[in-house]
Design a protein around this ligand. Structure first.
Ligand code: NI
Ligand code: MN
Length: 228
């Protein structure tokens, strides 16, 4: 069995045969995160974009674990500049890792690291299709609704879709419901809500709408897991 564990916001541990990974490891400063950086043992760190609530503790986790960061090219190079290993990819590109395929998908958003000296732009943001134990997990990253999701739904056999519902910076509840209807995954899990006042949303409302369309939805609290 493969397992996703929600760490609040857009951070998920993803584990299965040959894979100990984390996506968007916003640990320090994440009021929903139930674990500390020192608790995280992974070999792969997937980062969708440079914003601090996604890049988070990626560099520190990669350093502590000798893990490799998988990210869009510009962000990967930024991480390499911090002295850790990173594997650059880009949107539309797939790579077969020992545990399975990873493919980068588009995301309608921005990507930059805000430093004391100013903003460092880190290219395009992405989403991830991550195959584990032969099943595909789609982490949408931060994105607004876009029509290519229909193509992902047609061409990818998505087991679990992790979709932002927080609005303001990403899709809100009803746009995410529509996204789910295009993707048609076996399970939908909402993310990127409730962390800050700007993204307060009711996940139960999202679940109700998704289920009304004949799809399944699981709301994970921080620290809770979904096995598939
Ligand atoms: Ni963002
Ligand atoms: Mn975000």
């Amino acid at each position: 069995m493969a397992k996703l564990t929600y760490l609040g916001h857009a951070a998920f541990l993803i584990e299965g045969e040959g894979l100990r990974g984390i996506v968007d490891p916003f640990i320090t400063g994440n009021p929903m995160c139930p674990v500390g950086v020192a608790d995280i043992e992974v070999d792969y760190v997937f980062v969708t974009h440079g914003h601090s609530d996604h890049l988070g503790d990626a560099v520190e986790i990669a350093r502590r674990n000798e893990a490799v960061i998988v990210a869009p090219y510009e962000l990967a190079v930024y991480c390499q500049g911090k002295g850790v290993r990173a594997y650059p990819m880009h949107i539309g590109g797939a790579h077969r890792f020992p545990f399975g395929r990873v493919k980068l998908t588009p995301a309608l958003h921005g990507s930059a690291v805000v430093t004391e000296e100013g903003i460092v732009y880190t290219g395009q943001p992405c989403g991830f299709l991550i195959d584990v134990e032969g099943k595909t997990v789609y982490h949408a990253g931060d994105t607004g609704l876009f029509s290519e999701l229909e193509m992902l739904g047609e061409r990818e056999n998505i087991e679990v879709a992790l979709l932002p519902i927080g609005d303001n910076f990403t899709m809100g509840v009803m746009d995410a419901v529509y996204a789910a209807s295009l993707l048609r995954p076996r399970m939908v899990i909402p993310m990127h809500y409730g962390t800050f006042s700007e993204i307060e949303q009711d996940p139960a409302e999202f679940k109700e709408h998704v289920e009304r369309l004949g799809m399944r939805c699981t709301i994970l609290g921080p620290g809770e897991s979904y096995q598939f």
